[in-house]
Ligand binder design. Structure first.
Ligand code: IPM
Ligand code: MG
Length: 347
């Protein structure tokens, strides 16, 4: 099969980890007779340096013309002072929105080999951690109206609107239930319905969708309690579905309990098969270029791309197995290093 992949190395450790993922994809291509054509996209801070904006139109067009997008990471302190419209993060949000990628799947699974890298007590880790966070990706407070006004007394006031319409909740809820059907058939919907109207609507719509899935167990959990339950008893979760900002925060927490945020891939999909695949960690400018980055989150993102966008489940499985075999063989990156292991990085 021939597929075009828009590749966005981005900033910080992005180029290093993307280079490793490409090597893995090339191995897969050779083994299975596929051709992957890489169309390099300059987006993020590096695009600000080169073009004065983080997502030039022709770069977005390359993403729209591709079969799928693979991204490293964007951002860094170098661009802290730039206007918000052209910030590196605006490129990410812009691509997600332009491609209509409303559902973001972030698996948090403990590799048994990394059990001692988890900050949780062994008695908790022993119960196992294998959850799929389904994060709504193109709505909510990250996309609501943002305003900063100066009051009459000279004080500034800022607001960000958190808005959800029923259809936005419904479509991502459906993804969560469909995902649960292929797993342990349990959905936990996260909200703050004791305070927020947008959460009360969220809960009502999730319950309505749940009726179409009588074989899937559905329950609600408040977001603050979820933050606690994730460290107290993570084995209770199968599929977790939540709105954009709660999902952003909780997915970092969920990743850390599995040992390292560097291990976690993600997929972002909309209605079609074209998605965007990226590790959930950031650009880590503090360790860029020092051979310290963990490329596994990106390599596993490439595996998700093969599975969800290219319908290559066997190839994806092969990559996941190779990651597991590498850990079995005693190789670790700096973020999950432990005694007696051999340290590796991107080159
Ligand atoms: C993530 C990141 C992004 C987000 C940032 C970089 C805009 O934190 O993918 O989780 O908030 O979605
Ligand atoms: Mg985040």
């Amino acid at each position: 099969m021939k597929k075009t992949i828009a590749v966005i190395p981005g900033d910080g450790i992005g180029p290093e980890i993307i280079a490793e993922a490409r090597k893995v994809l090339e191995k897969v291509a050779a083994k299975y007779g596929h051709t992957f054509v890489y169309d390099e996209v300059i987006a993020g801070g590096c695009a600000i340096d080169q073009f004065g904006t983080s997502l030039p139109k022709e770069m977005l067009e390359k993403c729209l013309a591709s079969d799928s997008v693979l991204l490293g990471a964007v951002g860094g302190p170098k661009w802290d002072g730039v206007a918000k419209e052209i910030r590196p993060e605006a490129a990410l949000l812009g691509i997600r929105s332009a491609l209509g990628l409303y559902s973001n799947l972030r698996p948090a699974r403990l590799f048994p080999q990394l059990a001692d890298a988890s900050p949780l007590k062994p008695s908790i880790v022993a119960q196992g951690i294998d959850l799929m966070m389904v994060r709504e990706l193109i709505g909510g407070v990250y996309f609501g109206e943002k305003r900063t006004v100066t009051l009459e007394n000279g004080e500034r006031r800022a607001s960000d609107e958190m808005v959800y319409s029923e259809h936005e909740i419904e479509r991502v809820a459906r993804v969560a239930f469909e995902t649960a059907r292929k797993r342990r058939k349990k959905v936990t919907s996260i909200d703050k319905a004791n305070v927020l109207d947008s959460s009360r609507l969220w809960r009502a719509v999730v319950h309505r969708v749940a009726e179409e899935y009588p074989d899937v167990e559905c329950s609600d959990m408040l977001v603050d309690n979820t933050a606690m339950q994730l460290v107290k008893n993570p084995s209770q979760f199968d599929v977790v579905v939540t709105e954009n900002m709660f999902g952003d925060i909780l997915s970092d927490e969920a990743s850390m309990i599995t040992g390292s945020i560097g291990m976690i891939p993600s997929s972002s999909l909309g209605e079609g098969t074209r998605g965007m695949y990226e590790p959930i960690h950031g650009s880590a400018p503090d360790i860029a270029g020092q051979n310290l980055a963990n490329p596994i989150g990106t390599i596993l993102s490439a595996a998700m791309m093969l599975k969800y966008s290219f319908d290559m489940p066997e190839e994806a499985e092969r990559i996941e197995q190779a990651v597991s075999d590498t850990l079995d063989a005693g190789f670790r990156t700096a973020d999950c290093m432990s005694e007696g292991m051999t340290r590796l990085s991107c080159s």
